[in-house]
Structures are given as structure tokens and as C-alpha cells.
Ligand binder design. Structure first.
Ligand SMILES: NC(=O)c1ccc[n+]([C@@H]2O[C@H](COP(=O)([O-])OP(=O)(O)OC[C@H]3O[C@@H](n4cnc5c(N)ncnc54)[C@H](OP(=O)(O)O)[C@@H]3O)[C@@H](O)[C@H]2O)c1
Length: 274
């Protein structure tokens, strides 16, 4: 059992903070009374208290000072305001777990005067336990705290540990932002279906099941994507015609450039003064 009645405070409980709380409660890792949610909006806090039975507050410093474990789940742009509020409240904690894009272990530990920091990058399918998180830890995080961080992140789905922090910005660009690329791809295919004449609900069903089935098939077959693509591509056929147009439009290059842009942006977000 990774936890022993520790109080865990979440600073900023939006989409991702709530996903983690929901997963942690459904896996019974923590009891509702051991979770404190700190967020600026009263109505949001009332809803969280009603839905999950957790403690809530608008006071970040008070939440942090009462906690054994701190989760940072605010937007990167808000970190500059939040870190000074927490400074001096969290130096005794054995685990500070950040899911904030771009912000480095060094920035967090120097601003919070505590080097026991785990940095992670989950993604939004974590809301239904189907996410994937890449995480890394500073050398000061002990074995027990590492197990607790893994358990908290595991409540949202799969995990990959990275010994080198550089992989966090890469994961931000690939799997953190990744669902948005997939949703845009879905939207574009559905719109193409509607453009040809399908009812929207039929186009949505065709696209969703095609994506779901293709991903499952790729996972189960273990074949290289190029082999799977070749299975669908007959000489002189319809798929070849479509792929030719997609290659001509630079689909692969656009995807690669997009991922690189996200990587550079994630690196830039980390530039908070110490
Ligand atoms: N969404 C993703 O796909 C994703 C994936 C991986 C990691 N992340 C990371 O997860 C973090 C949270 O993202 P999110 O999508 O959950 O964002 P979000 O839904 O906007 O949640 C952030 C929460 O923080 C609250 N907040 C704002 N200012 C605050 C303050 N000073 N103190 C305490 N709370 C404050 C916000 O309240 P208001 O709404 O009232 O401002 C909101 O409820 C980000 O750093 C992001 O990089 C996001």
C-alpha cells in the first residue's frame, strides 16, 4: 500500500487535477477526507466537494501547509504567481508532484526550497483512466515518495519513467498535446465524410470505430505501421490515391513540424525566474 493516510493537496483543480482526484478515489488510494483541493473559484470548489466529498479551499498556502504531499496542477502561466505563495509552506514535504507543462525540477525546487520534486506529463485520456504519463524525479525523492508519485500518476493510466528530464518536454509535445492532434484528425475525417454526403452521426461512428479498431489492431498484431498501411493499399487503388494526395500536402512533415513546435514551446514555458 503506497499511502498511509497522508493528506494530499492539489493546487489548481481543473481538468487534469480533477482527473487525478477521480482516479485516486476510484482506486481507493486515498480517502476523500485526505484530499484538499485549492482553486480560486468558489462555485468550482463547491462542485468538487459535492461530487467527491473532498476538502476545499481558495487559500493555496493553507492547503499546502496542511499537506503531506503537494500536487501542482495549475496552468504553466500561473506558476509564477503560485510558487511564491507556497514558498515556506512546503519545505518539510517529502513529495511535490508537478504535472505543469514546461516548468523544470530546478525551478520548482529552488522556488519552493524543497528538492523532493517529481515532474510529470499526463494527458487528458487520464480522465477515464486511459492516459499515459511520462515522469521523472529529482535524486532527493526517496523510495516511498517515488512509489506514491507512481501510484498517483497510475490512477490516470499508463506510466513511463524517464531518467533524463529532457524527455518531459518531448513527452509534452508528443503525448501531452497528442490527444489534440488526434481530435483534429478525427474532426477533419468526419467533416470529409459529411462533405461526401454521410449524415454527421454516421460519419462520426465510422471515423471513431476506424481509429479505435486500427489502434487495437496495430497493438495486437505488433506489425510496423508501414506493413499495416500496405495491407490497405492495393496497386492503383483508392487508398493509394488518397495517400498520394496526403503526402503531396506534406501530412507527415506538418505533423513533425507541429510536434517540434510544441517541444520548443514547452522548453520556453520553463523559463520562470528562480
Ligand atoms: N490539459 C491537458 O491536456 C494537459 C495534459 C498534461 C498536463 N497538463 C498540465 O496540467 C496543468 C493543468 O492543466 P488543466 O488542463 O487541468 O488546466 P485547467 O483546467 O485550466 O486547470 C487549472 C486550474 O487552476 C486554477 N487556477 C488558476 N489560477 C490559480 C491559482 N492562482 N491558484 C490555484 N489555482 C488556480 C484554474 O481556475 P480558473 O479556471 O478559475 O482559472 C483551474 O481550475 C497545466 O500546467 C498543464 O500544462 C495539461
Amino acid at each position: 500500500m503506497a499511502f498511509n493516510g497522508e493528506t494530499t493537496a492539489f493546487i489548481g483543480v481543473g481538468v487534469m487535477g480533477e482527473a487525478m482526484i477521480k482516479g485516486v478515489l476510484s482506486q481507493r488510494l486515498l480517502a476523500p477526507e485526505n484530499i484538499v483541493a485549492a482553486d480560486p473559484r468558489r462555485e468550482r470548489l463547491d462542485m468538487l466537494r459535492e461530487r467527491y466529498g473532498i476538502q476545499v479551499t481558495t487559500d493555496n498556502a493553507a492547503a499546502a501547509s496542511a499537506a503531506d504531499i503537494l500536487v501542482l496542477s495549475v496552468k504553466p502561466q500561473v506558476m509564477e504567481a503560485v510558487l511564491p505563495e507556497l514558498r515556506g509552506q512546503v519545505d518539510r514535504l517529502r513529495l511535490i508532484l508537478s504535472i505543469v507543462a514546461g516548468v523544470t525540477l530546478k525551478t520548482i525546487s529552488e522556488n519552493l526550497l524543497n528538492a523532493r520534486v517529481v515532474r510529470s506529463m499526463p494527458n487528458t485520456p487520464g480522465q477515464i483512466g486511459s492516459g499515459i504519463t511520462v515522469w521523472t524525479a529529482s535524486p532527493d525523492v526517496g523510495a516511498e515518495a517515488r512509489a506514491q508519485a507512481e501510484a498517483l500518476l497510475g490512477a490516470m493510466g499508463e506510466r513511463i519513467y524517464a531518467a533524463d528530464e529532457r524527455y518531459l518536454d518531448m513527452a509534452t509535445a508528443l503525448s501531452g498535446s497528442g490527444p489534440a492532434y488526434v481530435f483534429m484528425f478525427m474532426e477533419a475525417l468526419v467533416d470529409a465524410g459529411v462533405h461526401m454526403g454521410f449524415a454527421r452521426r454516421d460519419a462520426e461512428k465510422l471515423v471513431t470505430q476506424t481509429l479505435l479498431g486500427s489502434v487495437r489492431y496495430a497493438q495486437q498484431s505488433g506489425l510496423h505501421p508501414a506493413q499495416l498501411r500496405n495491407q490497405v493499399t492495393s496497386p492503383g487503388g483508392t487508398t493509394a490515391a488518397a495517400l498520394h494526395e496526403m503526402e503531396k500536402g506534406g501530412l507527415r512533415t506538418v505533423l513533425s513540424e507541429g510536434v517540434w513546435a510544441a517541444y520548443r514551446r514547452s522548453q520556453a514555458l520553463g523559463d520562470i525566474p528562480d
